[in-house]
Write a protein that binds this ligand. Structure first.
Ligand code: UDP
Length: 323
């Protein structure tokens, strides 16, 4: 299949490109490189450096590439930043995504796959969270992702466009070649591993007074390869709708740090800090729908296995990608 991967120089997009190329798909990566790394783009893919805000640019690119499917990973991802600068999130994650969607529709693209988020659920009333739980985002990041989910629904109803929106829980881990390199890095596991590497003196724990057994937030960590596999399954014709992607198990911040200590064999000092605004205490997925309808089954559900792959990557690339 000829597939356009937006954000293919980013963390999840680069892993997806790698796996699609492994399976013989023709991949075109479109990435602005505002956040992504040129060297993260699999050399088997064609690379187009995007300038999404030049008028007509996305439509022209789409008409030239004529993909059968679009996997739209490009977007901004920081909850905290979205609370400071909401306009950036509505512009990049809604307006810009709409440009891709409209261009895809104009080219009769068969399938549009979108990276949504557990942040669309806000503070969930119940865990594990199922796809029909109320969606009441508590930050502009989650709100923007939800807005685009709704746009996809209308494009399906009016234009018949087949879409899949995956609500990601906490992606982590790496392949041999592709791992997590955000600058600045805000995510828990890479930050803990930077301490293990000696690049930081300690990890900060954001909040120890949550209503959880050890007082720290609980999250559902999913191996990036398992996450990407669901996208590849979703390319099958007839798959359309919303799917959670997680393992259905939750680990607290302290449990993550302990798992990293076991995997690395190094002591990881932690400093307790106040809560980070906008963090729900517990986010755990029910991914039963993805398992049932996509035939998806995570291969690395255990946290230590996920951390071990991230650790291997960080040891190999202690400074991340060269660019
Ligand atoms: N967290 C932390 N210290 C860090 C980074 C994150 O205590 O240096 C906490 C954060 O407050 C959240 C959990 O770890 O409860 C996972 O955060 P992350 O940013 O990795 O993902 P999120 O759940 O926000 O998408």
């Amino acid at each position: 299949m000829r597939v356009l991967v937006t954000g293919g120089a980013g963390y999840i997009g680069s892993v997806c490109t790698e796996l699609l190329c492994d399976r013989g798909h023709e991949v075109i990566v479109y990435d602005s490189l505002w956040q992504g790394h040129r060297s993260a783009v699999d050399p088997r893919a064609r690379f187009i450096q995007g300038r999404p805000f030049e008028p007509g640019n996305i439509a022209t690119m789409m008409a030239e590439v004529r993909p059968e499917a679009v996997l739209h990973f490009a977007g901004d991802i920081l909850v905290g930043e979205s609370m400071q600068n909401p306009g950036k999130y509505f512009r990049n994650n809604v307006a810009c995504s709409l440009e891709f969607l409209e261009a895809a529709r104009a080219q009769n693209v068969r399938k549009f796959i979108f990276s949504s988020t557990a942040a669309t659920y806000g503070h969930p009333e119940q865990v594990p969270i199922t796809e029909d739980a109320p969606q009441r985002p508590v930050n502009p990041y989650g709100e923007a992702k939800l807005m685009f989910e709704r746009i996809l629904t209308w494009y399906h109803r009016i234009h018949g466009l087949e879409f899949v929106a995956f609500r990601y829980f906490n992606a982590a881990g790496a392949t041999e070649r592709h791992g997590e390199d955000h600058r600045p890095e805000t995510h828990l596991i890479p930050n803990v591993l930077k301490v293990a590497l000696g690049q930081k003196p300690h990890v900060e724990i954001y909040g120890t007074d949550y209503p959880t057994p050890d007082g720290t937030c609980i999250r559902d960590y999913i191996h990036v390869v398992d996450l990407v596999e669901a996208h590849i399954l979703a390319l099958q014709p007839g798959i359309c709708g919303f799917y959670n992607l997680g393992n259905g198990g939750g680990y607290s911040v302290r449990e993550v740090i302990a798992a990293c200590e076991r995997v690395t064999g190094r002591r990881i000092p932690a400093v307790e800090k106040p809560r980070r605004p906008g963090d729900p205490p517990r986010l755990v997925a029910s991914a039963a729908r993805a398992m049932r309808e996509l035939g998806w089954k995570p291969r690395w559900p255990a946290l230590e296995d996920i951390v071990a792959t991230a650790w291997a990557w960080h040891q190999k690339y202690p400074d991340g990608y060269p660019d």
